[in-house]
Design a protein around this ligand. Structure first.
Ligand SMILES: [Zn+2]
Ligand SMILES: [Zn+2]
Length: 93
């Protein structure tokens, strides 16, 4: 009958830091963490859970990720804006 007893992790997600039953994924690295191994942080309209590993690495805010995204958007949008302005100037003359 021992074959009926699940061995290993089973269907329940385990916290990657302490092995307890996880309550949700980390907002940054998506690793499953329990309530003791994450910090809740306000991120706009919702509250994010961030694992302690990510907190140590970059603080408990999502600001760096947002700034990185904004940087990428700027890199994409700035040339487009420059082209749009140039075209508008050319069409006026
Ligand atoms: Zn934990
Ligand atoms: Zn994490």
């Amino acid at each position: 009958m021992s074959s009926l007893i699940p061995v290993g992790d089973g269907p329940i997600a385990r916290c990657k830091l302490c092995g307890k039953t996880a309550v949700g994924p980390c907002a940054r690295c998506q690793a499953a963490v329990c309530g003791d191994c994450c910090e809740l942080t306000e991120g706009g309209a919702t509250t994010f859970a961030i694992c302690l590993t990510c907190v140590k690495r970059g603080g408990s805010t999502l600001a760096p990720a947002w700034l990185g995204l904004l940087g990428w958007l700027a890199l994409i949008l700035l040339p487009l804006a420059a082209i749009a302005v140039t075209l508008r100037l050319l069409l006026r003359h």
